[in-house]
Design a protein around this ligand. Sequence first.
Ligand SMILES: NC(=O)c1ccc[n+]([C@@H]2O[C@H](COP(=O)([O-])OP(=O)(O)OC[C@H]3O[C@@H](n4cnc5c(N)ncnc54)[C@H](O)[C@@H]3O)[C@@H](O)[C@H]2O)c1
Length: 273
Amino acid sequence: MRKKIIGIVGCGAIGSSLTKAIVKDFAKEAKLCGLYDLDKHKAEILSRKLSGKPGLAVDSLGRIIRESELVIEAASANVSWNIARAALSSGKDVMIMSVGGVSGRLKQLRALAGKNNSRVYIPSGALSGIDAVKAAHAGRIDKVILTTTKNPLSFKGVKYIVDKGIKLDKIKKETVLFSGKARDAVKYFPQNINVAAVLSLAGVGESKTLVKIIASPGVSRNTHEVRVVSPAANIFTRTENVLHPDNPKTSFLAVLSAVAMLKHILEPVVIGT
Ligand SMILES: NC(=O)c1ccc[n+]([C@@H]2O[C@H](COP(=O)([O-])OP(=O)(O)OC[C@H]3O[C@@H](n4cnc5c(N)ncnc54)[C@H](O)[C@@H]3O)[C@@H](O)[C@H]2O)c1
C-alpha cells in the first residue's frame, strides 16, 4: 500500500498525539513530511521525541502544504479557515480541528474541495452522537439542542461573562450563563466553540442549533448533552469529558476522535456513519 503523506500544523496536545499515532500506529499506512508550529521550538521538541532529531520541524506553512497529501490543522480557530483554504486550493486534503474557525463556511468548504478534487475531514471531537445527527439530517431534523455544563472556573476570562458582570466565584448552584443560537454561542464562548460548531455543521446549521451553557460548581468534567427531535428518532447523548493532561482546555476524547478519524482515512474498512 502506498503511504499517505501527512503534514501537521500545530504541535500542541492534539498535533503531538496525532504525530505519535502516525509514527507508531499508522507506520504502514502513512508518513510524516513535516511538523509546523508558530513556535518552532515546539515542532523541534516533538520531532526530537519521535526521531531523536529536529529534522521534521519545518519553518513554513507553505512547505507543509506543498509536500503533504493530507494537511492536519491543530493550531487555532484564528487560522483554520486560511489553512483549509490554502490546502484545498492546492488540491490537498485537510483535517480541521479548530472547527470554530470554519463554522458557517460549509458551502465554501464544499465548493473549494469539489473544485480541487480534495476532501475535508472534521472529527466529532468531544461530542458523542454526531453519527446519529448526520443520519437524522439525511431525513429531517425538527430540533437540536446542545447543553454544555462546566465548572464555573472554566469560564474565567470570557469577555461575555465579564461584560455581564457575572462573578464566577460567587456561583453556588447550577446557573445558566447562555441560552440561544449556536452562532452566538461560538461568538461569546470560544471554549465551547468546537462542539457547537461540529454539531451545527453535522446537522441544521448555526442558526437553528440551540445551545445552553451552564456553570455548575463541583463538576470537574466538561459535559455535553445533545437532544435531537426528528421523525426518524429522538436522540439523546451525554458525554462526560475527562480533560487532556497536556492541555486542560482540550477534552481527551477530542484528541482520540482525531486519531479515530485518521484511522477512518487510512484504513480500507469504515465503521459508523
Ligand atoms: N474539534 C474539537 O473537538 C476540538 C477539541 C479541542 C480542541 N480543539 C481545537 O484544536 C486546536 C488545537 O488544540 P490543542 O489542544 O492541541 O491546542 P494547544 O494549545 O495544545 O496547541 C496548539 C498549537 O498550535 C500552535 N499554533 C497556534 N497558532 C498557530 C499558527 N497560526 N500556525 C501554526 N501553529 C500555531 C501553538 O503554538 C500550539 O503549539 C485548537 O484550536 C483547539 O481549540 C478542537
